[in-house]
Design a binder for this molecule. Structure first.
Ligand SMILES: C[S@@+](CC[C@H](N)C(=O)[O-])C[C@H]1O[C@@H](n2cnc3c(N)ncnc32)[C@H](O)[C@@H]1O
Length: 278
């Protein structure tokens, strides 16, 4: 029989964040909640789970939900999406946005910031093609603690060696003691803000490109569909959505179609895009 306190916690996490915890993840719950329980002065995880079921403070619930999120990220993760961004996605957008010279990118579930900083490098490296443009990157995550790291823009040797070429490292980072600090040019392009994907996209505006990578993989199909519907609403008619390499819209939603020949890249179906532009 599944422990009712554990069952309650799984429901709490799913309702608050979309993350699905199965009974098989009990070991993960234990190891991730142990430090939270200790920090709260409790004897252990069972006492914390019981407290959550009895009705804990909202800040305690947030800490526990945050503890269950995986924040794994790296610069230029999987490489291909960033090449597609530079070669396939941006050239037609540069043509299409000549009148406004405004490009808006959303990194939804940006974790510790490597993804939005990689996007910022790609945009900067397009050089004069963006001369006179306003380039805005909105980077969001539900976790305040991981956003603090992202905003700080300070990475260890290990983190910068994962995905950054020596050229990019020397161009966009400076040594700060044992660590590396992102340049102020990249930092100025990004607005980091807390946002829960389950809360919709109102107030964020319309985006030309959305990265929502390696987060939907943790959601059940209903919540994937819900979030993809919101992303479709937030995307410009000729906009582009990047999902993670293990994620797809197939069997989940008809709000997006795969871009031919580009794995992981999705667009609005033609009729939907036409109706949006009308
Ligand atoms: C594995 S990281 C992905 C980071 C980055 N997108 C990448 O691909 O490298 C997943 C992130 O999703 C965030 N997350 C999980 N559920 C979320 C939700 N409902 N709303 C916003 N962010 C969420 C977590 O806090 C975590 O930082």
């Amino acid at each position: 029989m599944i422990d009712p306190d554990y069952e309650n916690f799984c429901r709490l996490v799913r309702d608050r964040s979309g993350l699905v915890l199965t009974p098989a993840k009990a070991y993960l719950v234990n190891s991730r909640l142990e430090p939270v329980a200790r920090g709260l002065g409790l004897a252990g995880v069972p006492q914390l789970l019981a407290q959550l079921r009895a009705g804990a403070a909202s800040s305690t619930i947030d800490r526990c939900v945050d503890a269950m999120a995986t924040h794994e990220s790296s610069f230029f993760r999987d490489a291909a999406p960033f090449e597609q961004l530079a070669k396939t996605v941006l050239p037609p957008l540069i043509e299409a946005r000549q009148h406004t010279k405004l490009l808006r990118v959303w990194c939804a579930a940006c974790s510790s910031g490597q993804e939005p900083y990689s996007v910022a490098m790609v945009l900067q490296e397009m050089g004069p093609r963006f001369s006179g443009w306003r380039l805005e990157i909105t980077a969001t995550d539900m976790s305040e603690s991981i956003l603090r790291k992202a905003r700080a823009g300070i990475y260890s040797d290990f983190e910068v060696r994962r995905g950054l070429s020596p050229e990019r490292l020397s161009r966009w980072f400076t040594r700060k003691g044992e660590a590396w600090e992102v340049s102020s040019t990249l930092r100025a392009m990004i607005q980091f803000r807390p946002h829960n994907l389950l809360a919709g996209s109102k107030g964020l505006g319309v985006f030309d490109v959305i990265f929502c990578r390696n987060v939907l993989i943790y959601f059940d199909v209903d919540r994937k569909r819900q979030v993809l519907g919101e992303l479709a609403r937030a995307l410009a008619p000729d906009g582009n959505l990047f999902l993670g390499s293990a994620e797809t819209v197939l069997g989940v939603t008809s709000d997006f179609e795969g871009a031919p020949g580009s794995r992981g890249l999705y667009r609005l179906p033609r009729l939907v895009a036409a109706a949006k532009s009308a």
